[in-house]
Ligand binder design. Structure first.
Ligand code: ATP
Ligand code: MG
Length: 333
């Protein structure tokens, strides 16, 4: 049987270019040769949105729309909702015994996010331990590969530690370790120039973005603050306009030419941004169209997710039968 791939996204908003670069592009590629599960992580979204369940619910189907619009094929990829698989929560509880508080507090991604979200002094335990729940997501499907952005590497590491502990204590081979598949461009910066485009930071370009809004967002992008006059030499490193061109312009020779001209001086931000707008608009047009078409038929979208959830649940419950047997919790046979 083909190896299993698992990833997911938090339904905290629509998906954006960062998701595409960091993970969706690999998922679209991998769905042809692997058995792929893609999870809409509503339980994880609640860890820092527990007071806004309405937002999480609405975005579950926004994310599903994005998946289908961008080219995840329900014939090849099983799309499912995390909270509808209670076995994941069950496995999380068993895993929580295998990790120390100090270890979860050391997770660099959690630390960064805690800081970004201003949660330092009032961190919900559920948020702190979401990497443990993520380990349950990955391992309950016996995933071999996890196509994710760079920010997720510490999660895979922590998941594999849990697998090793679990197997040492309850039986070798029950759980399997996973490997991250990180793309060449592992982290797309935000339109504001900060290191990561992220829903919660308001520096995103959505996959379903209209041309108008796209134009405004691109024209308002951060560039090199010292590039004032057209004739001034400008910086390419740390300039998100070039990061986006590297990620989305198929004409790499033209991108190299623009970089040289920008560094030399003589290429204005407005001209450069208009070029980027064209590139992104060309990339997003078919996704946007497909998304609008699918949005007319939400019954279909819902059905795809319902079918996927049923399939995912049967895989997860099979793993939990093995887990319970290994842990001597199979009381009634
Ligand atoms: P939130 O702000 O709610 O955490 P997010 O925008 O960070 O949302 P997630 O749902 O946490 O998105 O991330 C889902 C997947 O997309 C992960 O694999 C993550 O690595 C990837 N990803 C998200 N943003 C980026 C980015 N800017 N560059 C590369 N990959 C990204
Ligand atoms: Mg995130």
């Amino acid at each position: 049987m083909a190896d299993i791939v698992l990833t997911g996204d938090r339904p905290t908003g629509q998906l954006h270019l960062g998701h595409y670069v960091g993970s969706l592009a690999n998922r679209i590629r991998m769905q042809d040769s692997y058995q792929q599960f893609v999870m809409i992580a509503d339980v994880q979204a609640l860890t820092d949105n527990y007071d806004n369940p309405q937002k999480v619910r609405e975005n579950v189907f926004e994310v599903a729309l994005d998946y289908l619009a961008v080219g995840l094929d329900p014939e090849k990829t099983t799309i499912f909702i995390q909270s509808m698989i209670p076995e994941i929560a069950e496995l999380t509880v068993f895993y929580l015994n295998l990790v120390t508080l100090a270890r979860v507090q050391r997770n660099p991604t959690v630390k960064t996010e805690m800081h970004q979200k201003g949660l330092e002094n009032r961190i919900p335990v559920g948020f702190l331990v979401y990497p443990v729940s993520q380990a349950a997501d990955i391992t309950i499907f016996r995933a071999r590969y996890v196509p994710v952005g760079e920010d997720q590497l510490p999660m895979i590491e922590q998941s594999n530690e849990l697998v090793r502990s679990f197997n040492r204590i309850y039986g070798e081979g029950i759980m399997r370790e996973a490997e991250a598949i990180v793309p060449k461009i592992a982290r797309l910066p935000g339109t504001d120039g900060s290191a990561k485009m992220s829903k919660s930071m308001g520096n995103t370009i959505y996959l379903g973005e209209s041309s108008d809004v796209l134009y405004k967002k691109v024209m308002g992008m951060y560039t090199d603050p010292n590039h004032v006059r057209v004739s001034d030499p400008g910086k390419v490193e740390g300039n998100p306009v070039f990061a986006y061109l590297d990620a989305f312009d198929p004409d790499t020779n033209e991108v190299e030419r623009l970089k040289e001209q920008y560094q030399r001086g003589g290429l204005g931000d407005v001209v450069l941004k208009k070029y980027l707008f064209q590139v992104l608009d060309t990339f997003l047009a078919p996704i946007r169209e497909r998304r609008a078409m699918l949005a007319q038929d939400m019954a279909y979208v819902k059905n795809v997710v319902e079918q996927g959830t049923g399939k995912a649940r049967s895989v997860a419950s099979q793993t939990m039968r093995n887990v319970r047997a290994a842990m001597h919790l199979d009381y009634f046979g």
